[in-house]
Design a protein around this ligand. Structure first.
Ligand code: FES
Length: 567
């Protein structure tokens, strides 16, 4: 009998050279926590808890985890919670993205090393769900993803406010001199007022929708607000379901497949989801050997309409999507375009799930029918060309279409520090027609690909009323941001990609119609620049920073570590 075929506390025994002794010792120590023999004989459901005092989005997890435990106990299992890394989006330096893979390793190793027959992954804030799904996919223990759920919007002077599209909107008005210091201080206290993840279709909400679409989270659970009683019921149901998965295992590798990943891409496009989700979904899929081809993304994008009217591209909040019918309402509209045979964590296929929901009420103000979409084509496109041979991403649904077909003069910032030092300099030589270019903000830049692609409009232009410009970088963008912003340029500048060779005054051509982004500089001139190019970052010499720098992959490979891919 292999250790993996054993159950409960007998799984994965500590090796003292005497398995019977190991089990006796483990039971003895477990009994010190007051468990009865009857409890210790039950199937064990681990509960991966990613709460932390540095993670506002997870502040309700104690209550949510109690609900999971209730479900596990009621179904005859023994719930045992354990802590993992927590990634609170705005509390991490240089960026939470650097630590997503660390959390994924933590989840994978702790799920595998500790004796659990199934696991409920409790996460929500941007990087936590991809990290948990990456870890679970690699550990391949039956797993249910339980989402934190979104925050509720609040109101301020008669206006609904929610993190974090409104954070950026008000900050842009403050920079443009339209909101004074007192005004912005008042807004600050009203943007994020409940537990839960950002209230719009940002990265966390997108990843929640994708977790449900993949089949890793329970049907209907993605959009339930964090503070709604249904969220607790979803917790209880997730606990119950995890116990059933012990009896009839369905593993992540049976759920996360080429077809379910393509379904997730469809939904990502239909909800106008975050650009970050492409990177995360690529990393999750990569853990089971599925590759996302950015050319295929364009094909899927061209045949997937935008159906959901949520900020940052639309007008509503996640709590409105829940009231409107949730992710199920979107899936039902997309049914003709989906692979319905995909297995889900419930033991039913996606098609079987949707058949139960046929005829459910939908608020058409929030979720449009396939026959009357908000936009005929999907929200994201991949661009290729001499500036981005391996691809770049543009969220066209969040961009100004007037800027899509044009050529512009490059105004280059060589780093984030350079950007911060000069962007508001009144002497900066820049016009609204120029293309702002940020170099050295990619995975190996030393900044670890922060959400800096939303370059601020130079203050003198913002004050003159300029709201959008073409901005190009190898950075990411917050899922709550908007603008004509070309992201994830690959290969990145820090490894000498063409982006590194752009100089002030160069011409760049953008064509969203042709999916092209080209640097209009002769090849001999680029070769000359390449010869004198030097890497910008001093490589770290120790610790996780060194591991990260030595092994992180480019955006088209999900920025996973090379050694975490399946062999
Ligand atoms: Fe946690 Fe936005 S800060 S989801």
């Amino acid at each position: 009998m292999t250790q993996d075929s054993k159950h409960g506390l007998a799984r994965g025994l500590t090796n003292y050279g005497d398995p019977a002794f190991s089990l006796y010792l483990r039971r003895s120590f477990a009994k010190s926590m007051g468990y009865s023999g009857e409890m210790l004989a039950r199937p064990v459901v681990g509960i991966a808890d990613s709460r932390s005092g540095f993670n506002n989005c997870h502040r309700h997890f104690p209550e949510l985890i109690e609900a999971v435990k209730r479900g596990v106990l009621a179904a005859g299992g023994l719930p045992i919670e354990f802590p993992t890394t927590s990634l609170g989006e705005v509390f991490l330096s240089p960026t939470s993205m650097m630590f997503r893979n660390l959390m994924a390793m933590d989840v994978e190793e702790m799920v595998r090393a500790q004796p659990m027959d199934a696991v409920v992954l409790v996460g929500g804030c941007d990087k936590t769900v991809p990290a948990q799904l990456m870890g679970a996919a690699s550990a391949n223990v039956p797993a249910v993803q339980l989402l934190a759920g979104p925050m509720m919007p609040s109101s301020y002077r008669g206006e609904r406010l929610g993190a974090c599209t409104d954070c950026r909107r008000f900050w842009a008005m403050h920079r443009a001199g339209k909101v004074d210091a007192q005004g912005i201080a008042d807004v600050e206290g009203n943007l994020a007022t409940t537990a839960g993840t950002c209230a719009v279709m940002g990265t966390a909400s997108t990843m929640a929708a994708l977790a449900e679409t993949l089949g890793m989270a329970l049907p209907g659970s993605a959009a339930i607000p964090a503070v709604h009683a249904d969220r607790l019921r979803a917790g209880e149901a997730s606990g119950r379901r995890a116990v059933e998965l012990v009896k009839h295992p369905i593993r992540p590798s049976q759920i996360i497949t080429q077809k379910s990943v393509e379904n997730a891409i469809r939904v990502l496009l239909a909800i106008g989801g975050s650009t970050n989700a492409i990177v995360h979904l690529t990393a999750i899929a990569g853990r089971v050997g599925v590759k996302i081809d950015l050319h295929r993304l364009n094909e899927v994008s061209d045949s997937t309409p935008v159906l959901v009217d949520l900020k940052p591209t639309g007008q509503f909040y996640m709590s409105d999507l829940y009231a409107a019918g949730g992710v199920g309402a979107v899936l039902r509209e997309l049914k003709p375009l989906l692979h319905l045979e995909c297995m889900t964590v419930t033991g039913e296929t996606l098609g079987e799930r949707l058949a139960h929901e046929e005829g459910a009420w939908v608020d058409r103000a929030v979720v449009r029918p396939l026959s009357d979409p908000l936009a005929k084509e999907g929200g994201l496109v991949a661009l290729f060309g001499s500036l981005a041979p391996n691809g770049a991403i543009l969220k066209r649904s969040a961009a100004d279409a007037n800027l899509f077909e044009r050529e512009g003069r490059a105004v280059v910032f060589t780093s984030l520090d350079d950007l911060a030092a000069r962007v508001d300099d009144p002497a900066l030589d820049i016009t609204p027609e120029d293309f702002m270019v940020l170099q050295n903000a990619g995975p190996k830049s030393g900044y670890a690909m922060p959400e800096a692609g939303y370059l601020p409009i130079p203050q003198k232009l913002a004050r003159a009323g300029v709201k959008d410009m073409v901005r190009i970088s190898d950075a990411r963008m917050s899922g709550t941001a908007y603008g004509t912003i070309v992201l994830h340029v690959s290969p990145e500048a820090a490894i000498g990609g063409p982006l590194a060779l752009v100089a002030n005054g160069d011409r760049i051509r953008l064509s969203v119609k042709e999916r092209k982004i080209d640097l209009l500089v002769p090849e001999n001139e680029l070769a000359k620049r390449k010869n004198s190019w030097k890497p910008p970052a001093i490589p770290p010499t120790r610790g996780y920073a060194k591991l990260y720098m030595d092994h992180v992959l480019q955006a088209e490979d999900g920025c996973d570590f090379d050694f975490l891919r399946p062999i």
